[in-house]
Each structure stands twice: as C-alpha cells, then as structure tokens.
Design a protein around this ligand. Structure first.
Ligand SMILES: NC(=O)c1ccc[n+]([C@@H]2O[C@H](COP(=O)([O-])OP(=O)(O)OC[C@H]3O[C@@H](n4cnc5c(N)ncnc54)[C@H](O)[C@@H]3O)[C@@H](O)[C@H]2O)c1
Length: 431
C-alpha cells in the first residue's frame, strides 16, 4: 500500500538568502530527500467505508478563505460512500447533499441522510447507513469534553463504535480534562480497534515533511525553532471566531497548527513552566480596513481575540522555540514561515499553505539551497488516504496525529494563550 516517494533534486537552481533577500550563488541542489508517501487509494483493500460528517460548514464543504474542503477530497477517493450529514442547520445539510449529488461523484451521496444532531443519528440510522467513520468539523466549544455531556461528542461516537477524524481545535475545555479525554478515547479505541485521528494536516504538508526528512538526514537535533504565522483578517466573517470564549483565541484556534508542527519537528514537548508570552489586544487601533461583516466589532470587547501574540518557550529536550502570531494581513493569503536552527544548519520552511518551499544550509557549508519538493500533492488528500487506509486495515502507522498526541498540542496552545494574558479561554461552555 505504501511506497517511497523520492523528491527529485537534480535540478540546477538558485539559492535565495532568506535573511537578506539577496540571491546566493547558484548551487546544485544536494541529495534527493525521501519522504514517505501514500497511494491515493488502498490498492489491496477495496472495502467500502461509510463516511458521515458532523458539521456541514466550511472545513468539510469549503469556504472562500482557504484550501480546505474535506468532502471534495474524500469523494474523489475510491470505495467511500457518504451516508449522513449532521448539522442543526438542516437546510444547509440538505443543500450539501443536493450539490454533491449533482456532481461527478453524485452516486456516492445517494441516500445520504441529514440529522440535526448526532444523538438523533445514533437513534435513527439503519445499520446499512450507520457510518464507519465520522469527520468532525464543528465550532470548538461544541466538542472535546469528558465532563460536560453536551460537549462529549467524541466519547459518544467512540462508544457507538465509530472511527473519527476530528478537526482542531479538539476542544475548548481545560487542558487537563482534554488529556483525560485522550486517555479514555485511547482506551476505547484499543478495545474496539478504532482510529481516532486529528486534522493537524501540516504533518502531511510537503514542506514540513521535507524539513523532517532533512533533519533525519542531517542527523542533528534542532536547537531553536522560530514560527511566524500571520493571518489575513478581512475574510473572517464568523463572530464566534473573533470571540476567545468560543474559539479559544488565535493560538488555540489557528496558530495551534504551528505549535503542532514545532512539536512534530522537534520531537519534544513544550515545557509549561518555561512559557512566556505577550499579546496585543483588539483595543489597539491598527487598521484602515472596514471591519468584515459579523466580525470583531460584534463581539463583546473583553472577549475579542488578540491581534498579535509573541511567545517564547523551552522544549523538554533543552532546545528553545518562539511563536509569533498576528491577525493583521489584508487580502487572502496567509504569510507563514518557520526556521529550524541547529549546530551548523538552518532549515527554512516558507509559506506551507499556499506555495510551500524549503531551503537548507547544511553543516560545513555557506550555501543556502532550495530543496525541490513536490508542490502538487495535497496535504489534506494525503491525510485522508492515511485515515481511510487505517480504518480499513487497522494499520495506523501512517496516521500522523492521533487524539492523545493532539491533546498535547492543545495543552501547549492553551498554555501560550494563558501566558499572553487576557482575553483567555476559561474552559466554560458558552450558551
Ligand atoms: N484544518 C483546517 O485546515 C481547518 C480549516 C478550517 C476550519 N477548521 C476547523 O474546523 C472547525 C469547524 O470550522 P468551520 O469553518 O467548518 O466552521 P463553520 O462555522 O463553517 O461550520 C460549523 C458547522 O457546524 C454546525 N454545528 C453547530 N453545532 C453543531 C452540532 N452540535 N452538531 C453538528 N453540527 C453543528 C454549524 O451549524 C455549522 O454549519 C473549527 O474548529 C475550525 O478551526 C480547520
């Protein structure tokens, strides 16, 4: 099922200095970097997987702001059928079924049922429609609890024997509760052979993947990792996104992708007692742009998310990191990058969302070279291929983020938010 994908590195190209912006001298890209790849389909296992969606919103069905759209990726995969969509907005759920039914893969949506909540689905779905796997994409405060029954979706679906791929943030509850939830889910998962994965899709991003392979090839540990995540704000129309009590704030909701990538690349955990952070609140007059409809200005002033957050921390292995998030860019493209420094080397990851690129300066070299990577492959597709393969076969070695692992990223994101000060989530479940 799996094969090795070799990224071609034969091309002559020009190294670009990331610090001064000047062109370094032309260099021949070094050795090819091998990263493990997946086939788009399970060649040896064509077992039909019945898929359901919890949430008919943007992440699973697409938005104007980003590349995500889980249903479009999933429906291209062989041997899947969509049997339920759950959303209190039944009209939206029906519209999603209608639109997909008219498409090229419409037959995969035939008979897809809609329900207003998952309890109703568990009660009323016939055996032939009961999903094997649920894709959970709902606002953060509605899921990921162990102690609050109204937000205990994952526990209920696991008890009903369903595999899950859950979108981040995995919760809005205190980190220690989410840690306990992770342990419970792992237990049920082992008892019932369930895959409970989380959508930290940057782990499948070609730039992150190449950086990880480079670290292995260089064979030295990172000493310092610097992440910069700058988000555009003029297309964010959901009031709950701007409300820290509902979204968790920009680190828990968004920069958590970089917190996770830093954990993944460093192979170590953030130390809670080391975290320091500062934030710029929404009270600072920053913009000449009119506010997007239903945005920041509609949220209670004290609950609004930070415009900028800067944090520094230590990892358990002794290395250090820093994360800088802003909500300041105009237009639609994020500006994101990450640098990894270690003895004699730097690995620079540029723009993993839109135009992923990786540069490396190896030990005993003055040259910063771009490493050719396959920019065509799609991180979301790869994530789902790994998930479906694991659902079919029970082999989860290519699922790169299971719930317990994600709970550690959630905790670190929560700690950074707390350290940056008010506003910060308090673990309560908003009305
Ligand atoms: N990994 C990524 O690339 C990525 C991208 C976008 C969003 N996300 C994450 O996905 C999650 C959902 O975001 P979104 O943009 O789809 O939000 P959204 O607001 O567009 O959609 C959420 C949907 O959930 C529905 N809903 C509310 N309560 C529900 C319930 N109890 N049961 C079922 N459905 C319910 C809403 O009616 C809405 O249609 C967020 O946590 C977000 O951070 C991840």
């Amino acid at each position: 099922m799996l094969r090795l994908m070799t990224i071609s590195a034969r091309a002559l190209h020009t190294g670009h200095c990331i610090t001064c912006g000047s062109l370094a001298r032309p260099v021949l890209a070094s050795r090819a970097i091998s990263t493990s790849g997946f086939l788009g389909a399970d060649a040896d296992n064509d077992e039909l997987v019945k898929v359901g969606f919890v949430g008919a919103g943007g992440v699973s069905f697409g938005t104007k702001e980003g590349p995500w759209n889980h249903s479009v990726r999933l429906e291209k995969m062989p041997d899947v059928k969509f049997t339920v969509i759950i959303d209190p907005d039944l009209a939206l759920a029906k519209q999603r079924v209608r639109e997909h039914s008219e498409g090229e893969n419409g037959y995969k949506w035939e008979g897809c049922q809609v329900f207003k909540d998952y309890h109703e689905m568990l009660e009323k779905t016939s055996k032939d429609k009961k999903p094997d796997a649920m894709i959970i994409g709902v606002p953060p405060w509605l899921h990921g609890s162990l102690d609050v029954p109204s937000s205990a979706m994952e526990m209920d679906l696991a008890k009903a024997g369903m595999h899950m791929l859950i979108e981040k943030p995995i919760s809005m509850r205190p980190a220690e509760e989410v840690e306990r939830l992770g342990k419970e889910l792992e237990k049920i998962g082992e008892e019932q052979s369930l895959i409970i994965a989380v959508g930290y899709m940057l782990r499948y991003n070609p730039a992150i993947e190449t950086a990880k392979a480079l670290l292995e090839e260089i064979g030295r540990k990172p000493t310092s990792i610097v992440g910069r995540y700058n988000c555009t704000y003029n297309n964010i129309y959901k009031p709950q996104w701007w409300d820290t009590l509902k979204s968790g704030g920009c680190i828990v909701e968004q920069a958590t992708h970089f917190v996770d990538a830093m954990r993944y690349l460093s192979g170590s955990e953030l130390r809670k007692d080391s975290i320091q952070a500062l934030g710029v609140g929404p009270d600072m007059e920053l913009s000449d742009m009119p506010p997007p409809p239903n945005a920041e200005h509609t949220v209670k002033a004290g609950n609004r998310v930070n415009r900028a957050t800067v944090s520094i921390f230590k990892f358990e292995n002794g290395s250090v990191g820093s994360l800088n998030h802003t909500l300041l860019m105009h237009g639609s493209n994020f500006y994101t990058e990450m640098d990894i420094y270690g003895d004699g080397f730097v690995i620079a990851i540029k723009d993993p969302y839109q135009h992923p690129a990786v540069f490396v300066r190896r030990p005993h070299s003055d040259d910063l070279v771009e490493v050719p990577i396959d920019k065509k492959y799609d991180m979301y597709e790869k994530q789902f291929a790994a998930f479906l393969h694991a659902v079919r076969t029970g082999d989860q070695k290519d699922v790169r983020c299971l719930f317990r692992d994600a709970a550690r990223t959630y905790a670190a994101s929560w700690w950074i938010t707390e350290a940056a000060g008010s506003p910060s989530p308090d673990g309560s479940v908003p009305e």
